[in-house]
Design a protein around this ligand. Structure first.
Ligand code: ADP
Length: 548
């Protein structure tokens, strides 16, 4: 074919363009950070861009090269933000590490990624001192603090001060241009089974994701917004919010380690936050605080829920009692991470309140760029009827094709195309609304039928005495598995097992109602704030259901 070629400029999609744009066009817009010691740090995109360039220079002076991995163990804060742009923008790779993982896992990850520089917040000093002897690839340890805060005594040889490194440079640095497919960042999955696996993002995938994430039916970001990502910058780039924030030029508020309900609420109010994003457990804490203290939000317009299923009862409370729009989304590390958002389509706003709620409670429609399908056990695509559930597969320019350091491909062939199997089980309705019923390993198989643990949890969470609920499959001699409801009660409330089980009547088919309730003081969470079903299943491995 003799195609006519376009006559447009060839400009690689690079992360440096985001921060350069923000510094030029939103120079005076603020980035506010709460520091580890409780102080508030304020500066602007102009300052952040200059310091990112100084950091790029400093990384060169440390002897690192393009492609070298610059690791972070840090909270959401301005220095972490600078590493996102200074490391990636200069062709190095920003490797964010989740500090909530076990020390052995962190050691494994650093060694696997062959990190050259490790930058960390002071709260992680004891952890790093402990694992440092095993970190063979790391040449430089950098404390993210001022000179005056540098630890007097440390076992780390040659610990360097971030502010000294950055302060020594003049910022006369031009962002380099290179192939947009160059790696920009790495994030490892939490590896609940087996070793963690690294997703390697590229400049191109990150920019495309940032554009799509900012759209009205996605995060709906604008320069007028003030955004607070509670979702950590150490996990999937805080859902890409730092990049999207620079792209649209909104004010950015970074909460540091102060992630309890009260601290977050105070920050919302002090900085005029309009939008915040995080996992449901975080919003549970914020809701607990405002209900307790009888508070209201004065600027907050919307909350984004993702990472695990948003309980409909909590969504309703935020909407009805506090006038806050709740946006439910789904994604995963391997997808940069955003995949679907629950937003109304043209015509759907004319539907009644309950019908709208049902649409918005799902995980939602695919964002442009992400394609999805569900497969039956025979590997064939299932219809989008909102009823049949199957294994969810996805494809798109910000979905991984390979894990870091793995030669094999995780992709599967379906209909002549390559797809990534998400490990989630879902239904998709005729309008394209996807609903996760479970992770495939959490599905409860009762007498050959599947029971969705998420659906049962959502119902339990609506009970006024339930603070948190998790449903797991328990061994059963007749049915193979039956659901057990594990509940943390709200402080000061009482509820019996019978009353809770009764609460399910009429809300779900009788055979799906849990067989029993176990009351616990606490439900275990993963390093990313999700309910740790594996641990729960171990904890209740010998549990004998009354029906068994
Ligand atoms: P990790 O793999 O480290 O736990 P991820 O953030 O990559 O962290 O986890 C992705 C998984 O989280 C998804 O595959 C899905 O099972 C779950 N998940 C994410 N968002 C939602 C949601 N809105 N509802 C239900 N499950 C979700």
């Amino acid at each position: 074919m003799n195609a006519l070629m376009g006559r447009m400029m060839q400009m690689p999609l690079l992360i440096s363009a985001l921060i350069t744009h923000a510094a030029r066009h939103h120079a005076e817009t603020e980035i506010v950070s709460r520091l580890e010691d409780g102080r508030t740090h304020r500066y602007t995109y102009r300052d952040a861009e200059l310091r990112s360039r100084q950091l790029a220079q400093a990384l060169g002076r440390l002897g690192t090269e393009p492609g070298d991995r610059i690791a972070t163990l840090a909270w959401n804060g301005h220095r972490h933000f600078e590493i996102y742009f200074g490391a990636s923008g200069s062709g190095r790779v920003c490797h964010t590490i989740n500090p909530r993982l076990f020390p052995e896992q962190i050691t494994w990850i650093v060694n696997h990624a062959q990190d050259r520089v490790l930058c960390f917040d002071l709260s992680f000093l004891p952890l790093i001192e402990k694992i440092a002897p095993q970190l063979a690839s790391v040449r430089h340890f950098v404390a993210l603090c001022e000179r005056a805060q540098m630890p007097g005594q440390t076992t780390l040889a040659n610990l360097q001060c971030y502010e000294d490194l950055v302060g020594a440079e003049d910022g006369h640095y031009a962002w380099p241009s290179f192939d947009e497919n160059t790696a920009s960042g790495i994030c490892y999955t939490s590896g609940t089974t087996g070793n963690p696996k690294g997703a390697v993002y590229s400049h191109r995938s990150t920019l495309l994701h940032a554009l799509a994430a900012s759209l009205p039916d996605t995060l709906n970001l604008s320069a007028q917004d003030t955004i607070l990502p509670v979702v950590p910058m150490y996990h999937v780039n805080a859902w890409g919010i730092p990049y999207s924030a620079a792209l649209v030029g909104c004010k950015l508020v970074l909460p540091g380690p102060h992630l309890d309900g009260q601290s977050l609420y105070e920050l919302f109010e002090a900085e005029g936050v309009t939008m915040a994003a995080g996992v449901p457990t975080v919003w549970l804490a914020v809701l607990g605080h405002i209900q307790d203290k009888k508070l209201k939000f004065s600027t907050l317009q919307r909350l984004v829920f993702g990472g695990s299923a948003a309980p409909p009862s909590m969504m309703k409370t935020f909407q009805r009692d506090y006038g806050v729009d709740v946006i439910h989304c789904w994604g995963m590390t391997e997808m940069s991470p955003l995949g679907t958002f629950a937003r109304l389509k043209n015509g759907q706003s004319a539907l009644g309140e309950e019908s709208q709620r049902r649409i918005l409670q799902k995980q939602g429609r695919a964002i442009f760029g992400v394609d999805m399908a569900i497969l039956g056990d025979d590997g064939q695509p299932l219809p989008w009827d909102g009823e049949q559930s199957g294994n969810l597969i996805v494809r798109g320019p910000w979905v991984i094709a390979q894990y870091f350091g793995h030669d094999d491909s995780p992709l599967i062939d379906v209909g002549g195309q390559r797809w990534f199997p998400t490990g989630d089980v879902a239904t998709i309705d005729v309008y394209g609304g996807m609903q996760i019923t479970d992770r495939s390993k959490d599905v409860i198989k009762s007498g050959g039928e599947w029971i969705s643990s998420i659906e049962l949890e959502n119902i339990a969470m609506a009970h006024p005495a339930v603070h948190e609920a998790a449903v797991i499959g328990c061994k059963h001699p007749k049915w193979d598995e039956r659901p057990l409801l594990v509940v943390v009660k709200k402080p000061g409330t009482e509820v019996t097992r019978e009353a809770l089980l009764d609460f399910f009547n009429g809300q779900i088919a009788k055979w799906q109602i849990p067989d029993d309730v176990a009351f616990v003081d606490e439900i275990p969470h993963t390093a990313t704030g999700k309910i740790q079903k594996l641990t729960l299943r171990k904890q209740f491995a010998d549990y004998r259901l009354p029906t068994a």
